[in-house]
Design a protein around this ligand. Structure first.
Ligand code: NAP
Length: 268
């Protein structure tokens, strides 16, 4: 068995640490290098007490990709950095799996072009928790029959982007099947700005940020005398590792960008 060689960006982050653990515990995977914004030239074990891996750390993604041979690049950083890293990986013909959320439509379209031009796969998933992906799929099914819907997403207070990538993706999926409608009272107004949350094409998204939370979302559908709530909670970043594992295994089958883990799951 030849292991899939992986370069990981963001190894000191909360997701990054979990990813290092997941890769270390999977004989089919091999971590060959990391990209970090500090610690250039050090070994991973020198900066992460949880691992004995001696893989080299690079601050510059280009130097990393040109010095170390890899099959898959994983990005778990912040949007602008993740975009630069991912584009550089794809340009080198390295498949990419991205958990970093907050890419713009322009960035996604540029990465799609690069992946297709180089004939490599790029899986970007706003949420790698399989339960969260099913929550989105079930919400899309419900929206066909329940067009009145609002989304409440709750995350830890260190998250920098809002609304969450999962909430935006959920709304996109709902929009594919929901009949367009003006929700709420036609004369509704906010006496305090922001009271109704973000409005994505008529669907309101409410974002909560508090210590103690990890990643949680509830999609609430309202109808005459009934409410349907579809809810998912990630209590630990470990919950994202099954989906990340699957994406790393599957990404080399693609020659384009795939946005959303639901597109690589068997949901029939
Ligand atoms: P985190 O703990 O804050 O980790 C972020 C990592 O990015 C850290 O290693 C951080 O380094 C690094 N970083 C920050 N600014 C940087 C810069 N300017 N240049 C290079 N590296 C930089 O966050 P997290 O909870 O692990 O989340 C990481 C990403 O994954 C976020 O985008 C988050 O939204 C996303 N996420 C995705 C999923 C999913 O299922 N797809 C789930 C959870 C989170 P420092 O420590 O030096 O700042």
């Amino acid at each position: 068995m030849v292991a899939i060689k992986i370069i990981l960006a963001g190894p000191r982050g909360k997701m990054g640490k979990e990813a290092v653990k997941m890769i270390e515990n999977e004989p089919k995977f091999e971590l060959v290098s990391c990209i970090d914004r500090k610690n250039n030239g050090k070994k991973l074990s020198e900066v992460l007490s949880s691992t004995a891996l001696q893989v080299p750390i690079f601050e510059d993604p280009e130097s990393c990709f040109s010095s170390v041979k890899a099959d898959v690049f994983i990005d778990l950083t912040i949007p602008n950095v993740g975009y630069i890293n991912t584009k550089a990986a794809l340009e080198r013909g390295i498949h990419a799996v991205v958990g970093t959320s907050g890419f713009t439509d322009e960035q996604l379209s540029e990465l799609t072009k690069t992946a297709e031009a180089k004939g490599v796969g790029c899986i970007i998933a706003p949420n790698f928790a399989l339960g969260a992906v099913l929550m989105m799929v079930f919400s899309k099914m419900a929206a066909k029959y329940f067009p009145d819907v609002e989304v409440i997403e709750k995350h830890h207070d260190q998250k920098i982007d809002a609304p969450s990538g999962t909430a935006v993706k959920t709304v996109e999926m709902i929009k594919e099947v929901r009949q367009a409608k003006q929700q709420g009272h036609p004369d509704e107004y906010e006496s305090i700005e922001g009271a109704r949350g973000a409005n994505i094409d008529g669907i309101h998204v409410h974002s909560m940020r508090l210590p103690g939370l990890v990643a949680h979302q509830e999609v609430v559908f309202g109808s005459k005398s009934q409410l349907l709530s579809i809810k998912h909670d990630s209590f630990h970043r470990e919950s994202f590792m099954d989906g990340l594992h699957l994406a790393v295994e599957e990404v080399s089958k693609y020659k384009t960008l795939v946005y959303g883990l639901e597109n690589i799951l068997d949901l029939q």
